[in-house]
Design a protein around this ligand. Structure first.
Ligand SMILES: Cc1ncc(C[n+]2csc(CCOP(=O)(O)OP(=O)(O)O)c2C)c(N)n1
Length: 699
């Protein structure tokens, strides 16, 4: 599809092109040299192709970096960010030259790798190689999904391209195959990837490690592939981009034979140009060789700036043109236009969470994954922006929404996504969808496999992206599949990601409340950690605190029978809450008054006032924690000497209840350990009629 008329550009004469490209090159060189840190090589080699894109076809408005129908540009090779900052400055984004001079310095808007939210025009935080490419796939998915939902005959209000610039490292990372395969399968024709094919990585030539035919590989994924041999030939790159845009049925890869450190007499085409400043002398020699003034640094020729800054008028006109089209759309489809604005702003419709189900014990024991599936059904029907799926585990993770169809090339309006067994790409695609805006993305797998998507989860948290993860089979209680599938250290791993909210609900009703948190959180990811095994439904008549308590992260589920101070507080999460309740009964029979605190989210609880936390966990009352996961982390959270019934080894293959019992997750052991906490000298505690058979857990 060709760019809209309002976006047609007039090519500069070749000499002016070269001046503009060298402006970008030397701004990057000077930034890295001044910071004495950074990566000059990729910017020097890729400046021409980036210029060809930004000057000839990229649809963006430097004065409004958030305009919904702009083209997206992601620098997946984030280490080359000096190039991106140079582009943003010269084209007129709010990034003054002063900021370029503060590259990589404390408090600047030009950090060492692009950070979403810090620099206007940066569409994604990049640096961990491969992630940006998969983010681009997510953005391209968001574009077609929103187009399918909102576009009407004669009204193409969602109609933009997603461009990604990748390096060898991006394509070496496995995620590029995961994401490339999905993009090809989905026929994402408006995804265009420029590949800086410079044959160099940090350790030397790509001949060392990377010798497959990359073009054939992407062609096999179903991509349209092109090669450009002369990276500095702006017209050829522009033509390849034009061809790529015309190819609407397949994503495009354009491999451009670039030269790392282009122009540097001693460092071009060597790994030395990759990750360190050229050096004062080499900068001088490079500038002389390319007929560029050696000083002052950060030189921007007036003609180049004048030409590049035309982006402001051009982008402004493109936006105005879109806005007038949107107005016409709004006149014909007012409700749809209001809805479009709502989802782009990630506002929730009124009443989205009214009358969510209240489960009763009469519903029978229910796994929290099953309860979650029921909530997804309801929320999915109320929130058409909910879109997601699973990494080939939907029947287990209960992530599908009935009746909304599959997202597939024949039906981009479908909302059930099949990511295939590609967790890393799934996470990064969800990030891309969230970065695009207009959708509430979610993805599911077994909790143990969240390790496969840790890199994108970390980025989601860093970027405060509203992505929802549904992790089922949440403990050794999942049973027969054994230690490879039984998560132990994953819970603390997730909780330790700054900005990630983890919720491990104790029953179906806590699951409803957990979903309320997840959908209501507009900034930052939420991980829902759910059981495979059935759990009793907690009676809301007996435990009325559940719906509001979950929102606070931890709350008193059942207090000591006397209104006074409890003898002990039992903190439990998820499937261990029923054990704590039963343990409390047994303790009561022995005259010990226990309070049960359900703590579905340590993250949310930690965010409450000191006052609230002290009310729930009085500082002078002993505590026992019960959680079928690694005990690491609890002590720093509740106190250094607090005992935990947890697991400090891997699980075992056997039916879930057997495994749980062997690792000490029984009401009897809860009772016994509570007695030990209260009176370590006591030999026998009145917790069971027979002598205990269980192991004690990592007490
Ligand atoms: C996941 C990940 N692993 C390792 C790195 C460290 N690293 C940064 S750039 C790079 C490779 C450089 O080669 P290439 O991608 O070809 O970039 P170029 O040399 O062209 O700048 C590596 C290993 C990283 N940023 N991300």
């Amino acid at each position: 599809m060709a760019p809209s008329a309002a976006f047609a550009t007039i090519a500069a004469p070749p000499a002016l092109d070269e001046l503009c490209i060298n402006t970008l090159r030397f701004l990057a060189v000077d930034m890295v040299q001044k910071a004495n840190s950074g990566h000059p090589g990729l910017p020097m080699g890729s400046a021409a192709m980036a210029y060809a894109l930004w000057d000839r076809s990229l649809k963006y408005n430097p004065r409004d970096p958030h305009w919904p129908d702009r083209d997206r540009f992601i620098l997946s090779a984030g280490h080359g960010c000096a190039l991106l900052y140079a582009l943003l400055h010269v084209t007129g984004f709010d990034l003054p030259l002063e900021e370029l001079k503060l590259f990589r310095q404390w408090g600047s808007r030009t950090p060492g790798h692009p950070e979403y939210g810090k620099t206007p025009g940066v569409e994604a935080t990049t640096g961990p190689l491969g992630q940006g490419l998969a983010n681009g796939v997510g953005m391209a998915i968001a574009e077609v999904a929103l187009g399918a939902r909102f576009n009407r005959p004669g009204h193409q209000i969602v109609d933009h391209f997603t461009y990604v610039l990748v390096s060898d490292g991006d394509l070496e990372e496995g995620i590029s195959s995961e994401a490339g395969s999905i993009a090809g399968h989905q026929h994402l024709g408006k995804l265009i990837v420029l590949y800086a094919d410079n044959h160099i990585t940090i350790e030397g030539s790509t001949e060392l490690t990377f010798t497959e035919d990359r073009m054939a590989r992407f062609a096999a994924f179903g991509w349209h592939v092109q090669r450009v041999e002369q990276s500095n030939d702006v017209e050829t790159v522009a033509l390849a981009l034009e061809n790529a845009r015309k190819e609407t049925d397949r994503p495009s890869l354009i491999a451009v034979r670039t030269h790392i450190g282009f122009g540097s007499p001693h460092k071009q085409d060597t790994a030395a140009a990759h990750g360190e400043p050229l050096g004062v002398e080499e900068v001088r020699l490079t500038k002389e060789a390319m007929n560029w003034p050696v000083s002052p640094a950060f030189h921007i020729p007036a003609e180049a700036l004048e030409h590049l800054r035309r982006a402001v008028d051009r982008g402004g006109a493109a936006q105005v043109e879109w806005e007038s089209r949107f107005k016409a759309f709004a006149q014909e489809y007012p409700a749809l236009a209001t809805e479009f604005q709502r989802v782009i702003d990630r506002d929730l419709p009124k009443g989205w969470d009214t009358d969510l189900p209240a489960f009763t014990p009469a519903d029978g024991p229910m796994a929290t994954r099953v309860a979650s599936g029921k909530v997804i059904e309801i929320l999915g029907s109320r929130l058409p922006e909910m879109m997601g799926g699973s990494a080939d585990l939907a029947p287990s993770t209960h992530t599908n929404i009935d009746g909304v169809g599959n997202f597939e090339p024949e039906d981009w309006a479908g909302r059930n996504m099949h990511f295939g067994i590609r967790e890393n790409a799934m996470g990064a695609i969800l990030n891309g969808m969230a970065l695009h805006s207009g959708l509430i993305p979610y993805g599911g797998t077994f909790l143990v496999f969240c390790d496969y998507m840790r890199p994108p989860m970390r980025l989601a948290a860093m970027n405060a992206l509203p992505v929802i993860y549904i992790f089922t089979h949440d403990s050794i209680g999942m049973g027969e599949d054994g230690p490879t599938h039984q998560p132990v250290e994953q819970l603390i791993g997730l909780r330790s990601i700054p900005g990630m909210v983890v919720l491990r609900p104790a029953d179906a009703n806590e699951t409803v409340a957990a979903w309320r948190v997840a959908i209501g959180r507009k900034q930052g990811p939420v991980a829902l950690v759910l059981t495979r095994q059935s759990l009793p439904v907690l009676d809301l008549n007996l435990y009325p605190a559940i719906p509001t308590g979950v929102l606070l992260g931890g709350y008193i589920l059942a207090d000591s029978p006397t209104s006074g101070r409890p003898d002990i507080v039992l903190i439990a999460t998820g499937s261990e809450v029923p054990l704590a309740l039963e343990g409390r009964e047994r303790l009561a029979a022995g005259g010990v008054h226990a309070r049960v605190v359900s703590m579905p989210s340590t993250n949310l609880f930690a965010a409450q006032s000191d006052d609230y936390r002290a009310r729930i966990l009085p500082t002078d009352v002993p505590i026992l924690v019960i959680e079928a996961g690694s005990p690491v982390g609890w002590q720093s959270f509740v106190g250094p000497r607090i005992p935990v019934i947890g697991i400090d080894t891997f699980g075992s293959s056997a039916p879930g209840p057997v495994v749980m019992e062997h690792y000490g997750f029984t009401a009897e052991n809860v009772c016994r350990q509570a007695h030990r906490v209260l009176d370590r000298k006591k030999e026998k505690a009145p917790c069971a009629l027979e002598s205990p058979q269980t192991m004690e857990g990592s007490f």
